[in-house]
Design a protein around this ligand. Structure first.
Ligand code: HEM
Ligand SMILES: *[C@@H]1O[C@H](CO)[C@@H](O)[C@H](O)[C@H]1NC(C)=O
Ligand SMILES: *[C@@H]1O[C@H](CO)[C@@H](O)[C@H](O)[C@H]1NC(C)=O
Ligand SMILES: *[C@@H]1O[C@H](CO)[C@@H](O)[C@H](O)[C@H]1NC(C)=O
Length: 319
């Protein structure tokens, strides 16, 4: 009887979390306005300083937030180190030897804890830092709502299965984003994140050596940085026109068959999304608008709120 009752409670919690994932009535812009009035300033100052010494960090923080939100919602799970009880997301295929910015989040968290101990979640810090990373690289801004709480666990297998791989074709990308509630238009807008940051040779080698929907001069130049064997960790910019400026050059590249990842070029490959790619390449304001709206939506994926989860003291560990 107790077991049946317990099972019922678990089912109820799952339903509530699922509904919360789309409603998010609990998140608000002024969540910490009395408990941590300087939060936005603390985060922005730290992000600006990190980006000033390493421009790529703006991209890395944005990607950390994306990988947090796509795996169990925006709950800071990506920040947890492995423990005896669980293997977390850091060593998952898309993340290992790839995600960066954990130290910047630690620095921000330490300074937030000094100002307002025990009240601000790591998940909220990540959502704001991702936004500020884009702004620091001259991209659009958006209003980040707050009140997320932090997970007490993380899942390697969920990270492996829920983060889209660069080998995916368009229909698989559409499915991956649709599983998180995004339509095809939002997939294209969010992919514009690849206007900034770098990718490792291992993620695009097959494309530059074997694919035909690629600009020849671009492929030759990319091969120079990414040999057929070895050099797996060599980096190339995802947008080589302006790697450290968040703008619509990513879409211009796609129209010119200069997408670096297979998944990037899938968005412009004589397919239904071509028109939207051309439109963003021609009109940066429409890209910025759609990107900002889609980021607000991504930041609201299945947050823990109320008394669920916790406010971690150290983003790498449960309390
Ligand atoms: C559409 C499906 C997507 C795929 C297949 C994908 C795949 C990748 C891959 C393979 C890399 C390079 C990783 C490495 O070399 O280790 C990368 C980098 C990056 N991705 Fe994505 N991504 C996708 C969508 C997104 C979204 C939605 C965002 C943000 C909202 C994003 C933000 C970034 C950023 C900023 C970088 C550069 C990070 C850095 O330089 O540290 N990506 N992505
Ligand atoms: C593992 O879980 C047990 C039971 O919940 C807990 O007491 C212990 O502190 C956890 N260990 C780690 C390393 O988190
Ligand atoms: C896309 O990839 C999926 C999974 O690998 C495959 O089943 C499907 O046939 C592919 N679709 C196209 C249009 O190539
Ligand atoms: C689209 O089709 C045209 C005509 O067949 C071809 O010349 C072009 O290379 C294709 N573009 C892409 C991106 O595949």
């Amino acid at each position: 009887m107790a077991a049946i009752n317990g099972g019922f409670k678990v089912a109820m919690v799952v339903v509530i979390i699922f509904v919360g994932g789309t409603a998010n009535a609990q998140l608000s812009s002024n969540f910490y306005s009395s408990s941590c009035p300087n939060l936005f300033t603390i985060i922005k100052t730290a992000v600006d300083s990190a980006v000033a010494s390493d421009p790529r960090m703006g991209a890395s923080l944005l990607r950390l937030h994306f990988h947090d939100c796509f795996v169990g919602g925006c709950d800071g799970s990506v920040l947890l180190d492995d423990t005896a009880n669980f293997t977390g997301e850091k060593t998952a295929r898309p993340n290992a030897n790839s995600l960066r910015g954990f130290d910047v989040i630690d620095t921000i968290k330490a300074s937030v804890e000094r100002s307002c101990p025990g009240v601000v979640s790591c998940a909220d810090i990540l959502a704001v830092a991702g936004r500020d990373g884009v702004v620091a690289l001259r991209g659009p801004s958006w209003r980040v709502t707050l009140g997320r709480r932090d997970s007490t666990t993380a899942s390697l297998s969920a990270a492996n299965s829920q983060i889209p791989a660069p080998t995916l074709n368009l229909s698989a990308l559409i499915t991956s984003f649709s599983n998180k509630g995004f339509n095809t238009r939002e997939l294209v807008a969010l992919s514009g994140s690849h206007s900034i940051g770098q990718a490792r040779c291992t993620t695009f080698r097959t494309r530059i050596y074997t694919e035909t929907n690629i600009n020849a001069a671009f492929a030759t130049a990319a091969r120079g940085q990414c040999p057929q064997s070895g050099g797996d960790n060599n980096l190339s910019p995802l947008d080589n026109l302006s790697p450290n400026v968040f703008n619509n050059d990513y879409f211009t590249n796609l129209v010119g068959l200069r997408g670096l990842l297979h998944s990037d070029q899938q968005l412009f490959n004589n397919v239904s999304t071509d028109a939207q790619v051309r439109a963003y390449a021609a009109n940066s304001a429409s890209f910025f608008n759609d990107f900002a709206s889609a980021m607000v939506k991504m930041s609201n994926l299945a947050p823990l709120t109320g008394t669920s989860g916790q406010i971690r003291t150290n983003c790498r560990r449960v309390n």
